[in-house]
Write a protein that binds this ligand. Structure first.
Ligand code: S3P
Length: 173
């Protein structure tokens, strides 16, 4: 039985709050693929929340766990994988992911990102700052050229999930 799909293994990257998890979940549904959110996967594997991992084990340990999880998950089949915002910054992850399938980068303005991450306070240790908008702009500047290395790009600013998913499916074919 062969089902025609534009892709059978897709990763989503982009800054915190661009919609990787929401869009990834719906994209997986539309393509009839499994869905895994990398942060959620790490939380289940370790039994710790992402903020707790940062606080008690440190960012370096988190990055190591993240890279290990990527190395495992590229071996699965029929998967849409939503990455954390920093996953793609590691060269070993970029290499593995780009070799495995198309990588989608989602984009949104710093203002939109601030609004979205503010809805769930305490969840983003890297933005636990007195001036999160400045921090978002700084980090975004540092990471822009990295996200640009993705295969496919789409903006999520002011758009409905299904609209973005439709655009992505067209671009994946
Ligand atoms: C991070 C993004 C987070 C999470 C961790 C670090 C980052 O994921 O992995 O807090 O470095 O940008 P989201 O992009 O899902 O918020």
């Amino acid at each position: 039985l062969k089902i025609e799909r534009p892709a059978t293994w897709v990763a989503l990257t982009g800054f915190m709050g661009v919609g990787k998890s929401r869009i990834g979940r719906e994209l997986a549904r539309a393509l009839m693929l499994h869905f895994i959110d990398l942060d959620g996967y790490i939380e289940r594997e370790t039994g710790l929340s992402i903020p707790d991992i940062f606080t008690h084990l440190g960012e370096e340990t988190f990055r190591r766990l993240e890279s290990e999880a990527v190395a495992e998950l590229v071996q699965k089949d029929y998967l849409v994988l939503s990455l954390g915002g920093g996953t793609f910054t590691r060269p070993e992850n970029r290499e593995r992911l780009l070799a495995r399938g198309p990588v989608i980068a989602l984009w949104a303005s710093p203002e939109t990102i601030l609004e979205r991450v503010s809805r769930r306070p305490g969840q983003r240790p890297l933005l636990a700052d007195t001036d999160p908008l400045t921090r978002i702009k700084q980090l975004m500047e540092q990471r822009r050229d990295i996200y640009r290395q993705a295969t496919i790009h789409a903006s999520t600013d002011g758009r409905e999930v299904h609209d973005v998913v439709e655009e992505l499916i067209e671009k994946l074919w």
